[in-house]
Design a protein around this ligand. Sequence first.
Ligand code: AMP
Length: 441
Amino acid sequence: MRVLVVGGGGREHAIVEALRRSRAELYAAMANQNPGIRRAARDVLLGDVSSVERIAEWAKARGVELAVIGPEAPLAAGIVDGLEAAGIPCVGPNRDAARLETNKEFTRELMRDHGIPGLPQYWAFDHLGAFEEFVDDSDFEFVIKPLGLTAGKGVKVWGDHFASKSQALAYGREILEKNIGGIARFLVEEKLVGEEFSLQAFCDGTRLVPMPLAQDHKRAYEGDKGPNTGGMGSYSDADGRLPFVTEEDHGRALETMTKTVEAMAARGTPFKGILYGGFMATKDGPKLLEYNVRFADPESMNVLPILEDDFLDICVRLSEGRLPGSARFARMATVCKYIVPAGYGTHPKAGELIKVDEESIRRAGAKLYYASVDEKAGHLYTTTSRALAVVGVAANLGDAESLSEEALAFVSGSYYARRDIGKPVSVQAKVERMRAIRAGR
Ligand code: AMP
């Protein structure tokens, strides 16, 4: 079957690899030459992944029978509407349903109107005066979120990114004046305290089939310090859960997502594609931070390598609205570490040579997924984005983490990676932090 994958990051390389295991004939549309995807694809269209008409024409001319959309930008631009109009079924929501990610206020209102659990307290502002009044009256910590897409980098948290009412006001003013995220309106939410976790699921419009939980690390530096990034790495445990997420919390997060999918169907905008819930486990149960309407990057690299069912078959059934009741994943732990340019998060250094010993990584039994690298005369160089990821897959977290480190040793050059991700001491610290939060300490 001829399958188009849109996007050129680590997530899309993992999607391509999973489709290759299903013997799909692959076509790729991406902005950068991802070496891993390029090698696997029959044909590549380079350019803006949000150029809907161009991609639809190109895919049609190549007889593409199914498209899997990786990133959010083309979904927001209506690529699924365009491809489906050209007769190509898709794994991904149309523009209407993509609002679960592209419009945070839409999601909050949907949750409120349908009584969906896991909703934090929130307010919306588009006038500085009203926000000033709110700030003056408030006696609790909050979070400021631009309404448009900011690649996870526009959210500012009290205590992390600002520390006073005047700084909060300054950021509110900046969003309104500079249209940060493309819309002069923003959300304010109560600050939630806990540990974050990610739940991804296949959705066919009515049914939701969950994948294992994973935890991303958005902060640039070890110990979860520094600026927010697209994600530095992630891990998942062999039982499909995380050591600090209780069975009850897992069930409640799933309920939030199931009810969301039901609500979307009830309002006539069914959600079809991959739904990602970013949750905060708090002492009052899991709260939804945000939805993404696609696989997460890096957490796609935790789940796709251990999917035991045929991925292409799932994609076809998803696009036809007939997903099976569940999907099988191997009982394996995974640890994903992104290799990023030095200075990533503030002043990333592009153009640095990196050498990847692919054969040794493969022999060690680890996975390698390319993201954004420049390939010149057979050599790889960093760009300003995340370069590539290694993933250790093993029977337990400790071994998966060791394997990811073994793989990292086969990548040389000037780069940065968070070595603490998935390390037993880091995971234990999160378990203890969560225990203290639950006990109200
Ligand atoms: P979002 O794009 O909404 O997921 O926000 C990006 C990051 O900001 C999240 O991964 C959290 O680390 C943090 N964040 C977002 N909303 C809240 C909240 N209500 N309370 C605490 N932290 C938050």
